[in-house]
Design a protein around this ligand. Structure first.
Ligand SMILES: Cc1cc2nc3c(=O)[nH]c(=O)nc-3n(C[C@H](O)[C@H](O)[C@H](O)COP(=O)(O)OP(=O)(O)OC[C@H]3O[C@@H](n4cnc5c(N)ncnc54)[C@H](O)[C@@H]3O)c2cc1C
Length: 417
């Protein structure tokens, strides 16, 4: 049976939009045989608009994947903020004291450790690259999915339907694709909200990503292109609701205290949004004709800003598996090709989830002598040039086994064009 599409990607978030662009440019499939089904599309933003609320800290590995997707060079550089330093400290310590861990891109001969970018800007660049390559963008929500022996059948609410040899579920944590494909999921509620807002600070952010571990949850201040900071403040639900509902003046006072006044007085410059936090893991990412990527497969605590980075690596690894199948003249939706993708990504993602949960639990629970240990540990790392360099390299995300499209030089896949 011939299907309408070789691949249909469901979900136009960062993982789905980037996967679609990578496939259209590297999989060896005619781009018009690739569909991206997106229920929402990012609105065009004015060049001088204030920073959007949703931003992500992209690693160097993610930058390489976005370059391979031919999305990176479309990003407006004036709206990106490279960060050159990271500073991490416990609430019992001071950000400029001995027990704070601060590491610098210059220590490893790099211009920066990564880049803070707005989600909308990234999505627009990926979708533009996909369309320009000749991919088919369908602006509609998936309403039903049936996985058959030869193809997956996708339908929208208005009755339009298509078949595809492979369907990629990139439709986020509540994935319909995952449910319809019968893929299980384990969910753990952190009972926390992450409050996201833009703030102005009395002192310059110094192109540094600041992270303070509080007993109530981590607080990050990420540097933005216009000199302001994006905060991600995770806290248990009652406290988080209080922080969302209090007046702006009260919020400013509490934020300055919570940040240990690392950047002086803070002033709210946007609304406050709260995101419920959970850890989610699909024990299996694939079944015949279906693969999950990004938050549809795994959601981790945002404390180290890794969720989107993992989703981009999934997109690169799945593109590589599909390109391999196409080069061998195999069916891209066959389980064998998809298992190669799962093997490459699942353990890596599980380890990251475990590390984030341990960090979150460990720092939050640290009391009495444990606080001394945490501070001593951070202080010891801070005094060791070799350990600091290791942390800086880890922040770049370029260690370990990476998909080829995330490696230096972006080794081309067969069929790349
Ligand atoms: C507060 C916070 C801060 C974060 N900060 C960082 C950070 O600094 N760095 C980082 O790497 N990660 C960060 N993350 C994580 C990151 O935002 C997510 O991991 C990432 O956005 C997930 O992308 P995705 O494309 O997999 O899913 P999503 O962004 O959820 O996209 C899924 C898409 O699918 C669409 N969709 C859903 N159902 C359907 C349907 N039926 N039909 C069609 N389309 C559908 C949705 O509308 C959406 O567009 C943060 C997360 C939070 C909560």
């Amino acid at each position: 049976m011939s299907a309408d599409y070789e691949v249909a990607v469901v979900g136009g978030g960062l993982a789905g939009a980037c996967a679609a662009a990578l496939l259209a440019r590297h999989a060896g499939i005619a781009p018009e045989r690739i569909a991206l089904l997106a229920d929402t599309l990012p609105a065009a933003g004015a060049a001088d608009a204030p920073p959007a609320l949703r931003v992500v800290a992209l690693s160097r590995a993610s930058e390489r994947v976005l370059r391979a997707a031919q999305a990176w060079d479309r990003l407006p550089s004036a709206r990106l903020c490279p960060y050159e330093r990271m500073c991490v400290w416990h609430e019992s310590a001071s950000p400029d004291g001995e027990a704070a861990l601060c590491f610098d891109a210059a220590d490893i001969g790099e211009p920066n450790l990564g880049c803070i970018a707005e989600n909308g800007v990234l999505l627009r660049a990926c979708i533009e690259s996909f369309r320009e390559a000749g991919g088919r963008l369908i602006h509609a929500p998936l309403a039903s999915l049936a996985i058959g022996a030869d193809a997956a059948l996708l339908a929208c609410g208005d009755g339009a339907a298509w078949s595809a040899r492979l369907v990629i579920g990139a439709d986020g944590a509540q994935s319909m694709v995952r449910a319809r494909a019968g893929l299980a999921v384990r969910v753990r509620d952190y009972r926390q909200l992450a409050i996201v807002a833009t703030v102005r600070t009395a002192r310059p952010h110094a192109n540094t990503a600041w992270q303070r571990f509080l007993a109530s949850g981590p607080l990050a201040l990420l540097p933005l292109f216009d000199g302001s900071c994006s905060i991600v403040w995770s806290a248990d639900q009652p406290l988080a609701r209080e922080l969302c509902d209090c007046t702006g003046a009260q919020f400013n006072e509490r934020l300055e205290a919570a940040s240990g006044a690392a950047l002086g007085a803070t002033t709210l410059a946007s609304e406050r949004l709260g995101f419920a936090l959970q850890s989610l893991a699909a024990p299996s990412y694939v079944t015949a004709r279906c693969a999950l990527i990004g938050d549809a497969a795994h959601v981790i605590h945002p404390l180290a800003g890794q969720g989107a980075n993992l989703g981009l690596l999934d997109a690169a690894a799945l593109c590589e598996a599909v390109a391999g199948a196409v080069a061998r003249r195999e069916d891209p939706g066959a389980l064998g090709a998809l298992r190669r993708y799962e093997q490459q990504r699942r353990t890596h993602n599980l380890l990251m989830d475990a590390a984030m949960s341990a960090f979150q639990g460990g720092f939050a629970a640290a009391r009495g002598p444990a606080v001394w240990l945490v501070n001593r540990g951070l202080g010891l790392v801070n005094r060791s040039a070799a350990l600091k360099r290791a942390f800086a390299r880890r922040a770049l995300g370029t260690g370990g086994e990476l998909p080829r499209l995330a490696r230096a030089g972006g080794a081309p896949l067969s069929g790349s064009g």
